[in-house]
Design a protein around this ligand. Structure first.
Ligand code: GLA
Length: 389
């Protein structure tokens, strides 16, 4: 029996014990890492995430009385009971804001959701830059889409989840994480154009090529609503305005120098623009390297991306830099921070034989710096959200 079947049975049993009847079904949605394409999604640019094997699992039943009951096996506290008509953006401040926000966004878009009992359990680390929030949103959206036979496509669910996060929760994030959780496919990275959500699944089977991708969770907790993410986003929008384009995606890489010259001495906006335009180009480079079978050659591109996030976008932190520098010094092919920044996780691409040396070096470097021990694990590109039973 696979791990997801065991998890589904447990979540089903816990739901039944909690609510006194078996659920209508069980669904799961994964967290993600982003291979390349950071802070490009709210600039209409390119991203390339893949799904983690870590998932949020939800057992769900319909209700017809306008009540939403929520319970998480990972959080202390009992069942939260909310009236659908009373759901108001900005008023829930704990984890329940994510599933409530999805229900709110569905209803606000005119979908006839009349209530639900939900029990959740997750293996996605929280606050680690691995999209635990998107997994939570997407699993609820997919379950309600199935149970209420709404017929929404995966990308439409992702958009509704993003709206829940932007408007209901109040975090000004892009569309990458929800699309990754909803649309990724095992053994592939998802090349996504965030302007029109067109997608291409790019085969990404590192094990077959003797390589591994490590995730190093620095255990430095990040949050998107703390203002820094929003400031970067506002700076990018200012750059687009000054350049007279809809979004920074519209500045061609070949015209970057001319664009920077037009921004004059606004050094901060120049740095943000330079990161976004070069990062879009890096995504395209990684796609063509992977399509031509030159996987090891993506390593230096990932490392360039880190330098750009550290020096131009300024969202790294000492712990993330230490992972990258130590991994590279001990034989990694490439390394970079992944996700929103200011903490969270880094990814490291390495030959399989180099993994023990790199892992040990990173752990020792953290111990010498008196940092909290990092959590290191191997990331295998896994499946997107699915109904389990
Ligand atoms: C967070 C956001 C995403 C994206 C990344 C940075 O994960 O949720 O929308 O902006 O940061 O690439």
């Amino acid at each position: 029996m696979g791990a997801s079947t065991v998890a589904a049975q447990q979540v089903r049993a816990d739901f039944t014990a909690l609510y006194g009847a078996a659920p209508d079904g069980v669904w799961s949605a994964p967290g993600r890492v982003n291979l390349i394409g950071e802070h490009t999604d709210y600039n209409d640019g390119f991203v390339m995430p893949f799904a983690l094997p870590h998932v949020t699992t939800a057992a769900v039943s319909r209700r017809t009385d306008g009540v939403l009951r929520l319970h998480s096996g990972d959080v202390d506290g009992g069942v939260a009971e909310l009236a659908l008509d009373a759901l108001t953006p900005g008023e829930d401040h704990d984890w329940t804001a994510y599933p409530s926000g999805v229900v709110w966004a569905l209803r606000e878009a005119g979908h006839p959701v009349t209530g639900a009992d939900i029990h959740l359990s997750s293996t996605v680390p929280t606050g680690a830059g691995l999209s635990s929030s998107a997994a939570l949103e997407v699993v609820v959206a997919l379950a309600l889409n199935d149970l209420y036979e709404l017929g929404l496509k995966r990308w439409e669910l992702a958009r509704l989840c993003q709206r829940a996060e932007n408007v209901y929760v109040g975090a000004p994030t892009g569309i990458m994480d929800q699309t990754a959780s909803a649309c990724c496919s095992a053994g592939h990275a998802l090349f996504l154009d965030t302007r029109d959500l067109s997608q291409k699944q790019i085969p990404f089977d590192l094990a077959a090529e003797g390589m591994r991708l490590l995730v190093v969770d620095t255990q430095v907790k990040h949050t998107h609503s703390n203002g820094e993410y929003g400031k970067r986003r506002a700076g990018c929008e200012k750059g687009a305005d000054l350049l007279g384009v809809d979004a920074l995606r519209d500045v061609p890489y070949a015209d970057l120098d001319a664009a920077l010259a037009r921004l004059g001495d606004d050094e901060e906006v120049r740095r943000l623009v330079r990161h976004v335009v070069t990062e879009d180009e890096r995504v395209e480079r990684v796609v063509s390297l992977l399509e031509s079978g030159d996987t090891a050659a993506i390593g230096p591109v990932l490392t360039e991306g880190h330098a750009s996030l550290r020096d131009d976008f300024r969202i790294s932190c000492p712990e993330l830099d230490l992972v990258v520098d130590t991994a590279l010094a001990s034989g990694a092919l490439g390394a970079r921070m992944t996700g929103g920044g200011f903490g969270g996780s880094a990814i490291v691409l390495a030959e399989e034989s180099a993994v023990p040396t790199i892992t040990k070096a990173v752990e020792e470097a953290f111990a010498s710096a008196s940092y909290k021990a990092p959590r290191v694990f191997e990331a295998v590109p896994s499946a997107g959200a699915a109904r389990l039973s």
